[in-house]
Write a protein that binds this ligand. Structure first.
Ligand code: FES
Ligand SMILES: [Fe+2]
Length: 418
């Protein structure tokens, strides 16, 4: 009697321990990506809600920091741990010219100079030696930016022509309209790379945002929306293209429908990523076509397994903020209103990206044609890391003030195809 061996016996047993690409994902001091990220300015807080009332603690690139605005209105970023004996400056008190630690009353200004040591003779004869570690900040577009890298390589804070100059009646919006949110922003408990990969992955829009989320324009109360063709899987193979750009990469995702006269019309939904962590996003609700773009986003790593998404929006229309931040509804509800069962039936970006893991296990991925943008992005990030390690300035770093950068994103009417 011959023994029959089952043809397929399961593939789960005995696999190698999954791993992630630490070179891309880890952001602490001294790590390859951490040192790359430390060559750029990053948003750390929103300007409007950063008031002299109280300091705020946050974490950026794996470092515990306190961000505050002194009584003169100057923003400051210092280490959370007091240079004296380590109490948290989160419990400090804001004064006209600085922040005073709760424990023994040492006071530091926004650049970490120790102004007073309350209990020492003459308020501290050697207080100059007690400098609180600090980082430079700049305010622009409604955001407070911090630079955490080598002082001699500090670049100019980039400007964007999507955001300046302001048009008539415009103002900046940078705060998520979520009650009780601190100026340090909205924390998500998964890697910055899960989200930034997503920004180079237009194919997911065709699938996730139609088949699973429902068409993203449903129930948004807006007059226009992406046509069904945008959500047909065939568009992914012949209607999505990726291009390397001066600042990183961009994709074009074609929108095919008919104009007011019934003639076939092709538009492109275009997004550009400015590496290592910035992108421009078109108005995906109103589909503002052939208009000046108005929205820049920054994916800021908090640590290896957390990030914050900051944005600056230029608009004269208060509804524009609501469209952008609340535009995608599932089952007619905002994300935080959904039950677990609804999240199963109508998963969106939050479900897709957070469930990849605190850091996605790259060894377990099976990349395919739709991942061209993700592959390009990761390769470019790695070559930027190589540049830093070789002592060169990486992409998109300029030591001198430049004219506003033109990121190529928006929704554009393309010439009619023959
Ligand atoms: S620990 Fe801050 S003043 Fe002593
Ligand atoms: Fe999405």
């Amino acid at each position: 009697m011959t023994e029959t061996v089952p043809a397929d016996t399961g593939t789960g047993y005995g696999r190698k321990t999954p791993s992630y690409d630490a070179r891309l994902a880890e952001v602490g001091p001294g790590t390859p990506m951490g040192e790359l990220m430390r060559r750029y300015w990053h948003p750390i807080a929103t300007s409007a809600s950063l008031t002299p009332d109280a300091p705020h603690r946050t974490r950026v690139l794996g470092e515990n920091l306190v961000v505050f605005r002194d009584g003169e209105g100057r923003p400051g970023v210092v280490f959370e741990r007091c240079a004296h004996r380590g109490s948290s400056l989160f419990y400090g008190r804001i004064e006209q010219d600085g922040i005073r630690c709760c424990y023994h009353g040492w006071k530091f200004d926004t650049q970490g100079h120790c102004l007073e040591q309350a209990l020492e003779p003459d308020l501290g004869r050697r207080r100059d030696a007690a400098r609180q570690p600090w980082y430079p900040v700049e305010e622009r577009y409604g955001l407070v930016f911090v630079y955490m890298g080598p002082p001699d390589r500090k670049p100019a804070l980039p400007r964007y022509d999507a955001l300046e100059p302001l048009d008539e009646g415009d103002r900046y919006y940078a705060e998520w309209p979520i009650p009780g949110l601190p100026p340090t922003g909205l924390l998500s408990d998964f890697s910055w790379l899960n989200l930034y990969d997503n920004s180079a992955d237009p194919a997911h829009v065709t699938w996730l945002h139609s088949t699973h989320s429902g068409y993203q324009m449903q129930d948004t109360g807006t007059p226009t929306g992406l046509p069904e063709s945008f959500f047909e899987p065939a568009i992914v193979q012949d209607g999505i293209s990726f291009t390397r750009t001066e600042y990183g990469l961009k994709y074009d995702h074609l929108i095919r429908d008919k104009d007011e006269n019934g003639s076939p019309r092709t538009r492109s939904f275009r997004t550009e990523l400015q590496l290592p962590n910035v992108f421009g996003l078109p108005d995906y609700v109103k589909l503002a076509t052939d208009e000046r773009p108005d929205l820049i986003l920054w994916v800021v790593p908090s640590d290896d397994t957390h990030h914050r998404l900051f944005f600056a929006l230029r608009s004269s229309d208060p509804e524009r903020l609501a469209r952008f931040t609340l535009g995608i509804k599932q089952n007619g509800k905002d994300a935080w209103e959904l039950t677990d069962e609804e999240r199963q039936r109508f998963p969106g970006d939050g479900e897709a990206q957070s469930s990849q893991g605190a850091i996605s296990m790259h060894s377990e991925e099976t990349l395919a044609t739709t991942d061209r943008g993700v592959v390009m992005l990761r390769r470019m990030l790695k070559s930027m890391i190589d540049d830093v390690e070789a002592g060169r300035d990486p992409l998109n770093v300029s030591m001198t003030e430049e004219p506003p950068r033109h990121l190529d994103f928006g929704i554009f009417t393309l010439p009619t195809e023959a």
